[in-house]
Design a protein around this ligand. Sequence first.
Ligand SMILES: NC(=O)c1ccc[n+]([C@@H]2O[C@H](COP(=O)([O-])OP(=O)(O)OC[C@H]3O[C@@H](n4cnc5c(N)ncnc54)[C@H](O)[C@@H]3O)[C@@H](O)[C@H]2O)c1
Length: 384
Amino acid sequence: MIRIGIVGGRGLSTMRGFLSRPDVCEVTAICDLDEEVMERPKERFGYDVPHKFRVYEDMLAADIDAVVIATPMQNHVQQAIEALHAGKHVMCEVTAGVTMDELWWLKEAVEESGKIYFFAENYCYIPQNQVIRNMVRDGLFGEIYFGEGEYTHNVVSYATYGKGVTGKDTWRRWWQLGKRGCFYPTHSLGPVAQWFGDDHVKSVACFSSGQHVAALEGIYRLDDTTETLCQMESGKLIKLRVDCLSRRPHCMHYYSLQGTQGCYEAPRGMGDDHKVWFASPEHPRDGEWRPLSDFYDQYLPDRYRKASEEQKNSGHWGGDYFIVEDFLNAVLTGQQPELNVYRACEWTAVGLLSELSVTNGGRVIEMPKFRPDTPLSEQITKLW
Ligand SMILES: NC(=O)c1ccc[n+]([C@@H]2O[C@H](COP(=O)([O-])OP(=O)(O)OC[C@H]3O[C@@H](n4cnc5c(N)ncnc54)[C@H](O)[C@@H]3O)[C@@H](O)[C@H]2O)c1
């Protein structure tokens, strides 16, 4: 029986997944500075978590095997390392950390501990992203060479507790709106990077539109919108738009993909649908858009098709359920998951390097290799 402890309210998104596997796990502990948060499982799921802690270290000292870390971003690495040192497996919210040094500490701590580190990038689990991944695998798009991810989500209202800028600042005021560059890259990058298989980000360049609406909001350092280009080791390209200030409808999961034989575009609203286009064999420049749903029967993973309504409704289009299942499998088998510490560090570093790039006129920054055997001499940030 895997005994789970959850720290931070957002971690409750995993509850439904854990509660649906009473054969292998039990949520035995919860920790939050806010006592009201610890009462939520009872209200939402009819399950009162037996052990409640306000101090994280007290929870780590309790009888648990794994922690779900869902506190603000700047706590992730410290809390993950403490958990690994205490012999616990870790499932951690995005992003993995807030400085490059932290990422190296995290990688080392996971390697030394031998414990599971699971990066909870739930956008990889969006059903359509999984369908596209399987279609890429079967070569439907030919050789893929360009992908895009966009996260447009105005988070200004999350920057203060209560209404208006006179409320007390939340962590987002500093660690999101107080940053330059693409501070939150993993939702946009993760699924697209998975389509590119074993490829890795080789270098990053970030440009911004400056401060227009940011200037109207007055107090933030973040630019209105950022475009980050990831040159892959293969020479292929991924483009990310992350925009948390612009006044516009949210669109947190727009993706596109281009291959030699076809392309994919996610919807951006107004009744648009997920759609794919394939070049006709006779006339490669001709083809018709088709709804992606034409391909669900063949390419939606089995477990999504068989999912109960409850699982599908577990949040982020069912992703919050399947991610838990994969975490449990990793712990049960002792195998590091696909969303392992190396991916967590590389995807997170895209954002951290973008900050350096955007403040240096879009200068190209080399991605260090977050791999098991990277020597200390290469654990550095190089400008091109
Ligand atoms: N994957 C997703 O889709 C998704 C969605 C939202 C947020 N997130 C991530 O989840 C994390 C939390 O975001 P949020 O919006 O829930 O933040 P939040 O500020 O709403 O909640 C953070 C919670 O953590 C608690 N907390 C903070 N420090 C603590 C500590 N030291 N010990 C115990 N509890 C502590 C707070 O009391 C609060 O309940 C962030 O890393 C964010 O990036 C991910």
